[in-house]
Design a binder for this molecule. Structure first.
Ligand SMILES: *[C@@H]1O[C@H](CO)[C@@H](O)[C@H](O)[C@H]1NC(C)=O
Ligand SMILES: *[C@@H]1O[C@H](CO)[C@@H](O)[C@H](O)[C@H]1NC(C)=O
Length: 569
């Protein structure tokens, strides 16, 4: 963690710079296919923006639809058309990506997962909406293809729209009651003449994953009567998000596996390279690991955690690329009738032997904290017997105890795949600052409870569950040397902002959250305002268009898009 010592003085020196603020703008609730407006109607999960025609495409997984929002005037967005998909033939939409790369290279790509994941997924390439070809809710299909995976999570276009990388997680599920754990798959779709789509399946090689020390979580179900089939590293690998840089290098995060991969999309023979994302040491940062400790209470701990980013983006500073990651954390658990599995236990129930990585005094302190709910007794920690998780096979004990999520964001240098910045405990520490408002403090590390309960009713409950769980990250490129990084709180909603300038020098800019904590989710939703806020943000977009810089957060639980303007003060 030497880099943190290097960066700290720079961080302090940068505080005199102009400040960026996110100014809350329109808040658009979207209807389901029966035109119902209710909390959690499944009408908004992911979005993609076409900055030539100014349309925002929003897919709703559960509602099985696409909404098209006219953003020509970003201050008065209008829902202009909706397309309902056919659940039986097409399935449920799970990712969307617009691409414009010249004549005949303009696509709206939407991936679909079949109901129950009984069949492989399809990717449909639609024609983009344009003002000269406006024919109501119909979006014309150009081509479609079947991919090898069952559950696409994200897609990334090559800059010229000649290739689309589709990532599928391959989550275990049951087919006719039989346990199945499909491998992770990464397909490259190449739209060719007419409505043909060629496909290359990127090889994922077991020994490459092992050599790169990629975390291997699920090997076999645990309970009596469960499936005894073993899962390989390729089956265990779970790609979550992709970012394609200016040179068409795809960077993929494997969240649970705590790893990143790179793939050169211009090289048809390229293999993916894998990198371990390392662990965070909490002995020098505070975290709130308990809801039995009277509220907001950060303490440094003798714990490590897996960064486990759920999302990533790229930021160019003076021509050099840096990767930014939203370090959410994730615990692998299955409870199917044919398979139960949980890689974790609460610290209180952990009951594992220690090895020689900690001193006797450290073990005593840690053991006592792990056995107290007011300390970290309810925190989830890994019980995998692997070196990545602290297991020392020579001593048959743990050298350290590991929990989940970085509770912040990181900057990674793609040249070395090393972390050059970590936001430490900023995301939780913010609530102890003078900038934190009372309504914000009322939802500190809150979970989303029943929809008839107040937004603040579960305050502090997410503390032992990865805290802020940053779910999405997006970058606004202000100039060659200044960018703004926006990171979503994946539970209660709200956005953290940081500026990144030459160096990179990183400066915390602020936190903003919409919503009225005293109201229930249902009451707040019924109001003609943004009172419901952005519970469970599942996508985050930024664009500079129509004379302003816009940030769009998609809240899956509100079924809404929340729009902000970036201002410099
Ligand atoms: C989109 O909005 C602009 C400005 O508000 C308007 O002029 C235009 O007609 C709208 N387009 C559609 C297709 O509704
Ligand atoms: C990617 O592959 C292409 C084609 O082989 C090559 O020209 C290019 O230099 C590669 N890019 C990187 C960054 O390795």
């Amino acid at each position: 963690m030497g880099y943190l010592c290097l960066l700290l003085p720079l961080f302090l020196a940068a505080t005199a710079w102009s400040k960026f603020v996110l100014q809350p703008g329109p808040f658009l609730k979207l209807p389901d296919r029966n035109n119902r407006y209710t909390v959690n109607n499944g009408a908004a999960n992911k979005a993609s923006y076409d900055n030539q025609e100014n349309y925002l495409y929003v897919i709703g997984y559960k509602a099985d639809l696409l909404h098209i929002v006219n953003m020509t005037d970003p201050n008065t967005p209008q829902l202009i058309a909706s397309k309902y998909f056919q659940m039986v033939n097409m399935g449920l939409p799970d990712s969307v990506k617009v691409c414009r790369g010249g004549t005949n290279r303009e696509f709206l790509a939407i991936s679909f997962e079949s109901v129950g994941q009984l069949e492989k997924s399809h990717v449909y390439l639609f024609q983009l909406f344009d003002s000269t070809n406006y024919d109501g809710p119909l979006v014309n299909l150009k081509a479609h293809a079947t991919v090898e995976g069952f559950d696409p999570r994200d897609m990334g276009w090559k800059r010229d729209c000649s290739e689309l990388l589709v990532l599928s997680e391959g989550n275990p599920h049951e087919v006719n009651g039989i346990f199945t754990d499909p491998p992770a798959t990464m397909d490259i779709l190449i739209p060719s003449f007419g409505n043909n789509v060629d496909k290359i399946t990127v090889p994922i090689i077991e020994s490459d994953l092992e050599a790169a020390n990629v975390r291997y979580i699920f090997q076999q179900c645990e309970g009596d009567g469960d499936s005894t089939e073993r899962s390989s590293r390729v089956q265990d690998l779970e790609p979550k998000a992709v970012y394609v840089d200016r040179n068409d290098i795809a960077f993929v995060v494997f969240q649970d596996n705590n790893a990143m991969g790179t793939l050169n999309m211009s090289d048809p023979f390229a293999k993916m390279q894998y990198y371990d994302l390392g662990r965070k040491d909490w002995s020098s940062f505070g975290l709130d690991g308990s809801y039995d400790d009277g509220g907001l209470n950060l303490k440094s701990r003798m714990l490590q955690s897996f960064y486990q980013p759920r999302d990533l983006d790229g930021v160019y500073v003076d021509g050099k690329l840096w990767l930014v990651t939203a370090d959410a954390g994730s615990i692998r658990k299955y409870s199917l009738s044919s398979c139960s599995f949980d890689e974790s236990s609460t610290a209180r129930n952990w009951n594992q032997p220690f090895a020689d990585g900690l001193t006797a005094a450290e073990v005593q302190q840690l053991d006592s904290d792990m056995n107290s709910n007011a300390e970290i007794g309810r925190l989830s920690v890994s019980k995998l017997r692997q070196s990545s998780d602290g297991w020392d096979s020579a001593f048959q004990g743990y050298d350290f105890v590991c929990t989940y999520g970085g509770r912040g964001f990181s900057i990674i240098d793609p040249a070395t795949m090393s972390r050059v910045f970590d936001s430490g405990d900023d995301f939780e520490r913010y609530y102890t600052s003078l900038d934190a408002t009372e309504p914000q403090k009322a939802i500190f590390n809150a979970k989303v409870g029943g929809y008839s309960t107040a937004q603040s009713s579960q305050v502090d409950r997410a503390s032992p569950e990865q805290g802020p769980q940053p779910s999405n990250i997006a970058v606004v490129q202000r100039s060659d040397s200044t960018s703004l990084v926006v990171i979503a709180n994946g539970v209660t909603g709200g956005l953290y902002t940081y500026s990144v300038t030459s160096g990179p020098v990183v400066n915390f800019e602020g936190f903003v959250r919409r919503g009225q904590p005293g109201l229930s989710w249902t009451e707040a939703y019924a109001m003609d305002s943004d009172a419901v806020g952005e519970p469970h943000i599942t996508d985050l977009l930024t664009f500079e268009d129509q004379g302003q810089t816009t940030v769009v957060a998609v809240s899956s639980t509100a079924g809404a898009i929340s729009i902000y303007r970036v201002e410099e003060v």
